[in-house]
Design a protein. Structure first.
Length: 296
C-alpha cells in the first residue's frame, strides 16, 4: 500500500511551485517554509478525516481508536499553523490548494507517514539556518511532535518499525519543498517567496525496493548530461549508486527505514545545491525487530 501510494504521488510531481532562493536565508524565511508544510499537513488531516468516519477506519481493519488518534494529530497540525502564523503576523503565507491521492483509510494512513517524515526531516535540516535561539527552541519542540507522529503511524497503525535508526535524516528546504510540491496544485500569488531552489521531480520505479534491486530512475523534464549518481540520504550518512546508461541504478545494501534519494552529479562531495540534479524521493526500507543497523 505505501509503495503504491508513493508511486502515485511521485508520478504526478512534475513541477515545483517556488521562487528562486534569496541570497541570505532569514529566520522569517525558514518559518514561512515551515508554515507552508504545516498548512499542507493541516489540510491533509482536515480533509481526510472529514471524508472517513470511525466506521470507515474499522471496516479498513483498524481498531476503533485509530481515527481518534489521527484527529489528535490533525489538531496538533492546526495548532502549529496558528503558532507560526502568529509569529509571522500579516506576512504569513496562506494555504495553497492541494491534491492528496488517498482513496481509503489505509492509503490515508500511508500518506500520513510520508508527510510526517518529510516534516520531521525538514525541521532537522532547517535548524542550522536559524539564528534566534528562541525560534530554534520552538522549532525543536514542533520537530519532536512531528517525529512522534511518524513513529506512531509507522508502528501502531502500519505495523512497521517505529524508527529509522540511531539518527534521523536532515533535508534542505529545497529538498523538503520538492517533496511537498507533489501535493500542491496552486498557491495564492501573494504568498511570499520561499527559501528554496526548484529542481525537477525524481521518480523511482519502485518506492520500496529491496537492497541490491535494480530500479529505474526518472527525472522530470530534460535529461541532464551529468546526472550520474543517486545519493541515498540515510540518517547522517550518504551512500551512492551509479546510474547506468539505461537509466537504472542498483540499490545499495544496509538502508533501513525512511531514506531520501536524490540524483547528483558527483559523489566526491556531499550533496549540495551545486551538485543536485533532481528533487528528492522518499523511499521505504521496512525492517523487523531482528534487523541490526550498521555502525555509524
Amino acid at each position: 500500500m505505501l509503495a503504491n501510494l508513493l508511486l502515485i504521488a511521485l508520478a504526478g510531481a512534475s513541477a515545483v511551485f517556488c521562487a528562486p532562493a534569496a541570497p541570505e536565508v532569514t529566520d522569517a524565511d525558514v518559518l514561512q517554509l515551515a508554515l507552508t508544510l504545516e498548512h499542507l499537513e493541516n489540510a491533509f488531516y482536515a480533509s481526510g478525516l472529514a471524508k472517513y468516519s470511525e466506521s470507515d477506519f474499522e471496516k479498513a481493519g483498524f481498531p476503533f481508536w485509530v481515527r481518534g488518534r489521527f484527529a489528535q494529530i490533525g489538531q496538533h497540525e492546526a495548532d502549529h499553523v496558528t503558532f507560526l502564523s502568529g509569529a509571522l503576523g500579516s506576512s504569513a503565507t496562506k494555504p495553497c490548494q492541494y491534491n492528496f491521492p488517498h482513496t481509503d483509510p489505509r492509503s490515508f494512513a500511508a500518506l500520513s507517514m510520508i508527510l510526517e517524515n518529510v516534516g520531521g526531516s525538514a525541521y532537522i535540516g532547517a535548524a542550522q539556518l536559524l539564528s534566534n535561539k528562541d525560534t530554534l527552541t520552538a522549532a525543536a519542540s514542533i520537530l519532536a511532535v512531528e517525529s512522534r507522529h511518524a513513529s506512531w503511524v509507522s508502528s501502531a497503525v502500519l505495523k512497521e518499525q517505529g524508527w529509522n535508526g540511531a539518527f534521523d535524516t536532515p533535508i534542505t528546504p529545497s529538498g523538503a519543498f520538492s517533496l511537498a510540491a507533489q501535493f500542491i496544485t496552486s498557491c495564492p500569488p501573494t504568498n511570499p517567496a520561499l527559501p528554496v531552489t526548484p529542481f525537477p521531480a525524481l521518480t523511482l520505479a519502485n518506492s520500496a525496493p529491496a537492497p541490491g534491486a535494480k530500479v529505474a530512475v526518472k527525472v522530470a523534464g530534460a535529461k541532464s548530461a551529468d546526472a550520474k549518481f543517486v545519493a541515498w540520504l540515510s540518517g547522517l550518512k550518504t551512500v551512492y549508486s551509479d546510474i547506468a546508461t539505461d537509466g537504472t541504478t542498483v540499490v545499495p545494501p544496509g538502508l533501513m527505514g525512511t531514506v531520501f534519494a536524490v540524483v547528483v552529479s558527483s559523489k566526491d562531495q556531499p550533496p549540495s545545491q551545486a551538485t543536485l540534479r533532481s528533487g528528492l524521493a522518499e523511499v521505504q526500507f521496512p525492517f523487523n525487530s531482528f534487523a541490526r543497523e550498521a555502525a555509524a
